[in-house]
Design a protein around this ligand. Sequence first.
Ligand code: BGC
Length: 534
Amino acid sequence: MTLADEARRVAAEFEYSKDDVNKAVKEFIREMDEGLTKDGTELSQIPTYVTAVPNGTEKGLYMAVDLGGTNFRVCSIQLHGNTTFSLTQSKVAIPKELMVAKTAKELFAFLAKQIEKFLQTHHAEHYQGFVRRRKTISNDEGFREEEVFNLGFTFSFPVNQIGINKGLLMRWTKGFDINDAIGKDVCALLQDEIDALHLPVRVAALVNDTVGTLMARSYTSPGKKGTLLGAIFGTGTNGAYVEKLSKVTKLAASSSAADASTTNTTGNMIVNTEWGSFDNTLKVLPNTPYDAALDADSNNPGIQMFEKRVSGMFLGEILRRALVALLNNPAVPLFADDTSAANELHSTTNVDESSPLFTRWGLDSSFLSTAHGDASLGLRMTRQALDRDLAVSAASEEDAAAVKLIAAAIGRRAARLAAVAIAAVVLNTGALDAAAAAAATGPPTTTTTTTTTTTTTSQEEEAGDEIDVGVDGSLVEFYPGFEEYIREAFREIDGIGAAGERRIRIGIAKDGSGVGAALIALVAGQVAGGEEGE
Ligand code: BGC
């Protein structure tokens, strides 16, 4: 048995056929529909209370914070009122111990502290003036309304949103696990810590990162129609899309529904699918031994099953487990100098016993991008990465080729699954039909979006009958060929095919969630007159 044969066998375990993809799209559509009718379903289909997008004429200085899976970002956004904006931001890695802190307070106090630092650094005048007045004014509030920043809070976890700035944490995902926070209003948790530091900041809107991406992309997209879907393929994965309010039947049962429908002039509601939990019961998702073992060893076995096969936090771990399985098989000559062709370094191939290969989460997903995209002579780049990142010294070209093949298979499977989610949204919203109809009758007469001159969008042609999808996250940005694999799958999907695939436009909305959150904070501030609560 040669190493190449074994690598091909493992790579084949990650194949997800045309038939699999089509079955998954059908199941995804079924779960989308089910999630719109009731709570407690696999796809949570959370109404976001965002019903419209800005039109580019808004002005003012807004703040946004973004708690993602890896980093916490604080930004201020100056909207110029002519569809452009300037953005100042700072980013800090979230300390691992805070991701699993005992109390929510520990995490949220850290977040508020970062906001304070940001204000001191970037808005010193505003901040100091405010603190000075607070000290001299005797009333409780100690500030004037207009001095307070409206802040959009991008919180990239599943939240049962019950108002524009109110949402109860349903569960943690990615590497987070703070039991104390479950069921609590995350806006109140943040506001309490902001108030404890006497900062001139009001949490005005709670925004999932996918919703922010959708808003930002819609604001900056050159198309005539709004963006249909905002999707993240980063540490985690998820999508939010524009749904007809009339289809969100579960809203009718809740008291906040009345608010949503009376203030809603668009007839639409942005819905956060939380597709990371698509098919938790594994009806259609692939399940290799590596997927199963990863899940069993995770913080949250049995949930986020789609995310665990698609997103950046997990792909490296899947590869690690596949490689360790090969290493543990004495019949397979992986990283074994004797059976590999001589490498030019003329030293013995060795896997150090402290190699991150033997530690859970030891292999970063960026390694997959390196291996998959490696076109260097003799796969030198992969061999260097094996040495540098995984303490595998003097790996041979055969070793690197095996690693590359398996990494590519894992990445391709992730992209095909990503295609399932996007395609299901496109098909279930009838967007392809609507796009064709719009093309036949010319541009729509009313539109909620506008073009922009910002740099957050890539160069694309003026929209005709395209469906616009805004994406963000390390995988779509850095994984070589991720979009092309998605497109390959689109062409195989019934109802999309080659013609439909050409009409789906995918554009990066880089760091869109920050801008998107600020835009929603602005709209929320206008609609609610800055009041909190729904
Ligand atoms: C969370 C989503 C989020 C996604 C991308 C998932 O783990 O559940 O709320 O949108 O990650 O950050």
